[in-house]
Design a protein around this ligand. Structure first.
Ligand code: GLA
Length: 411
């Protein structure tokens, strides 16, 4: 009897998922890919190539310019950090020219500034840009990351078979855990399966991964941001329920402050990403970002929406003639009544703001004690409003108005 119990306990612990206790709120940080890509030309472009210098510079700026105190904590390398071949004994090697001091030294540098360090690899024969992948070296690489004191691993899925990903990604998640070094695990598992026509097993994905990509890479354009917003809205019934503390959908990086988004569009990306409880990974040149974009990225009230401890992914609750309303339940709660963050977005391009009039009740804010309503970009406090109160917002073309309604308690 006792022996049988012992076996049962063994089975149940070995079936248990990632459970690394990490990413209780969506990860926040800086990631190189969207802005700096695979620029390996440090001879002609030393300031912008993928090199230890770039990551050190961004580390310094995340601290010095107030991003760290707003909550951004990871400095993450993306693709193109590797030599084209492993060492003779099978180890991953950082490019010797561009990372002359090696990955451990960069990791130490980032940690010494009070931040955390993330790295990129690929569950395949190669990374997407053609550097060595982890297949055949899973165990060695997981332990190598632990030895380098890595805090976050993004595991891409190029050059691998989507059908094998259920096994491959879950095995690597367990290997990361077995190192004893807690590492946030970012997976690209669902997106490659969706592209291959396979319906991902999301209950497995959320068991093994702290975050995962569902859809296309973000590019530096409003069209790209709109496509992602549409994907998350159109597929929300399937996607949204999978998010929660420790496991998040990742609609990809923030491109705020780059070349492709206007000020209004940048505000819209930040608002919708926070409604989606998305990881907030800036991919921008922090040396040259303009102050108005920095202010968006450091808007603490909107960051608090994203980081709300309940971890409920918001949804699109209205869409008609280019006007959309997105809503995310947040704390505090009164009995079963949530507070809400609400984003009104205007996808129209006729050159004048659009008016949206709606009662709180129509937005789902039905508690009779009312809600204290404030504008999260304009810092206007509307006081306590009630379910029958009609509010009217003016939303700029491709812009957003973002409100929070905090449920009131009876006196
Ligand atoms: C894929 C990923 C991107 C980026 C590149 C790097 O396209 O989705 O986020 O990591 O690979 O090559």
């Amino acid at each position: 009897m006792f022996a049988a119990l012992g076996i049962l306990i063994l089975i149940s612990t070995s079936c248990y998922g990632l459970d690394n206790g990490l990413a209780k709120t969506p990860p926040m940080g800086w990631l190189s890919w969207e802005r700096f890509r695979c620029n390996t030309d440090c001879v002609n472009d030393p300031e912008n190539c993928i090199s230890e210098k770039l990551f050190q510079t961004m580390t310094d700026l995340v601290v010095a310019d107030g991003y760290a105190s707003a909550g951004y904590e990871f400095i993450n390398i993306d693709d193109c950090w590797l030599e084209k071949h492993r060492s003779h004994d099978g180890k991953l090697l950082a490019d010797r020219q561009r990372f002359p001091n090696g990955i451990k030294a960069l990791s130490d540098y980032i940690h010494s500034r009070g931040l955390k360090f993330g790295i990129y690899e690929d569950y395949g024969n190669f990374t997407c840009a053609g550097y060595p992948g982890i297949i055949g070296y899973e165990q060695e690489d997981a332990f190598q990351f632990a030895e380098w004191n890595v805090d976050y691993v993004k595991l891409d899925g190029c050059y691998s078979l989507p059908l094998e990903m259920d096994l491959g990604y879950s095995t690597f998640g367990k290997l990361l855990n077995s190192t004893g070094k807690p590492m946030v695990y970012s997976c690209s598992w669902p997106v490659y399966q969706i592209y291959a026509g396979i319906q991902p097993n999301f209950s497995a994905v959320k068991t093994y991964c702290n975050l995962w990509r569902n859809y296309d890479d973000i590019q530096d354009s409003w069209t790209s941001v709109e496509n992602i917003i549409d994907y998350y809205g159109n597929n929300q019934d399937l996607i949204a329920p999978n998010a929660g503390p420790g496991h998040w959908n990742d609609p990809d990086m923030l491109i705020i402050g780059n070349f492709g988004l206007s000020y209004e569009q940048a505000k819209t990306q930040f608002a919708i990403w926070s409604i989606l409880a998305a990881p907030l990974l800036m991919s921008v040149d922090l040396r040259t970002i303009r102050p108005q974009f920095k202010r968006i990225l450091q808007n603490r009230k909107i960051i608090a929406v994203d980081q709300d401890p309940l971890g409920i992914q918001g949804r699109r609750i209205y869409k008609h003639k280019g006007i959309e309303i997105w809503s995310k339940p947040i704390g505090p709660l009164y009995e079963n009544f949530y507070s809400y963050a609400i984003a009104f977005i205007n996808r129209r391009s006729d050159g004048t703001p659009s008016d949206i009039s709606v009662t709180l009740k129509e937005l789902g804010l039905i508690n009779f004690n009312g809600y204290r309503v404030e504008d999260l970009y304009e810092n206007v406090d509307y006081g306590v409003l009630y379910p029958n109160t009609k509010i009217k917002v003016k939303v700029n073309p491709s812009g957003v108005v973002m409100l929070k309604g905090e449920v009131q308690f009876p006196n």
